[in-house]
Design a protein around this ligand. Structure first.
Ligand code: XMP
Length: 326
């Protein structure tokens, strides 16, 4: 039997009761597969890896070793949230690595989007492998593969998933949610007690803010992007758009325009708002954000974020514009 094919008889997990049954089954299977051995997991803080982590912690506790690599391209507060939920909340065996300098040094002066992506992907694997090699007697690698990843194996996730572990480690895969669709993963996550904020999180690309800090990344512009993005998220939450819009973020291009602040010339970058709705990310439409909210966001970003002097709105559907700018 091909274990990568979802059986037709498999019921869609839509309720807590169904999720609880799934969780109980998976705990049994994980225990059978792993025994008393150790399992390694790259915990990004995204929905899929978080749900896998919570499931494995329930099944095997401290036999799970989570590694959270902060590549310096996370959104504001994300790494802190991972530590808060998993280390403090679930008492996870969590290794936190702040690799910001490594990534930003490698990305210095690199402006070509595909090269940026490749550098980020390759360095992620490098940092993760270095950690993995330090650990003794790990036999399994857990992954947050979900069913759409299997169906579109050359799809969006392929290029950032950890795929290049050293040959000599010979780890067997543990993929407890590989037959689930995204909505089911969220139901299971909630049943496992993960906070809604984490489970209902919008998609976030593997290369993170790296593909939104357009062109060659600089620390000051990256900082401005992170702060502006945090304001956008905060305001979308306040007005309820965070529950409605599929993906929303800020991109900051590598260009400045003239402005005036406190009666002085103030050259700054523009913050570009992108807010889209889609079913499968193949095509997307634009969310019509009320002007009142746009004014509030513009006001806050231009006043609170050092280096930003304009706020722009991207009205381009996909196609022709991709969701990300790079
Ligand atoms: P595009 O920009 O291609 O994005 O319209 C479609 C969806 O994929 C996400 N995306 C990525 N996800 N690694 C990822 O894991 C990537 O390199 C990547 N690039 C784009 C994007 O955020 C959107 O949800």
């Amino acid at each position: 039997m091909n274990t990568n094919v979802r059986p037709e008889s498999m019921q869609r997990i839509t309720t807590k009761a169904l999720a609880d049954t799934f969780i109980a089954e998976q705990i049994k299977l994980i225990k059978e597969q792993v025994g008393d051995k150790k399992v390694l997991l790259a915990l990004s803080g995204g929905v899929d890896s978080s749900v896998v982590a919570a499931l494995l912690i329930k099944a095997i506790g401290k036999q799970l070793v989570c590694v959270h690599v902060n590549h310096g391209l996370m959104r504001k507060g994300e790494s802190e949230q991972v530590i808060e939920i998993f280390k403090k909340g679930l008492d996870a065996n969590l290794i936190y690595i702040d690799a910001t300098d490594r990534f930003l040094n490698l990305l210095k002066d690199v402006s070509e989007p595909e090269r940026k992506r490749k550098i980020i992907g390759a360095e992620f694997i490098e940092v993760f492998n270095e950690e993995a090699k330090k650990l003794e007697s790990v036999d399994f690698l857990a992954q947050g593969t979900i069913y759409p990843d299997i169906l579109e194996s050359d799809g969006v996730k392929a290029h950032h998933n950890v795929g290049g572990l050293p040959e000599d480690m010979k780890l067997e895969l543990v993929e407890p949610i590989k037959l689930l669709y995204k909505d089911e993963v969220r139901v299971v996550g909630k049943a496992l007690g993960l906070p809604e904020e984490m489970v209902d999180r919008q998609p976030f690309p593997g290369p993170g803010l790296g593909v939104r800090c357009l062109g060659a990344i600089t620390r000051d512009r990256l900082h401005a992007l992170r702060e502006a993005d945090a304001i956008l998220r905060e305001e979308f939450k306040i007005c309820g758009l965070s529950k409605k819009v599929w993906q929303y973020f800020i991109a900051v291009p590598d260009m400045k325009s003239v402005g005036v602040k406190n009666d002085k010339r103030y050259e700054g970058w523009p913050a570009i708002i992108r807010a889209v709705n889609t079913v499968d990310a193949m095509s997307a439409t634009i969310e019509e954000i009320p002007y009142e909210i746009l004014h509030k966001i513009t006001n806050r970003i231009t006043n609170e974020v050092e280096g930003i002097n304009r706020v722009l709105l991207d009205l381009t559907p996909k196609p022709i514009g991709t969701i990300e700018w790079e």
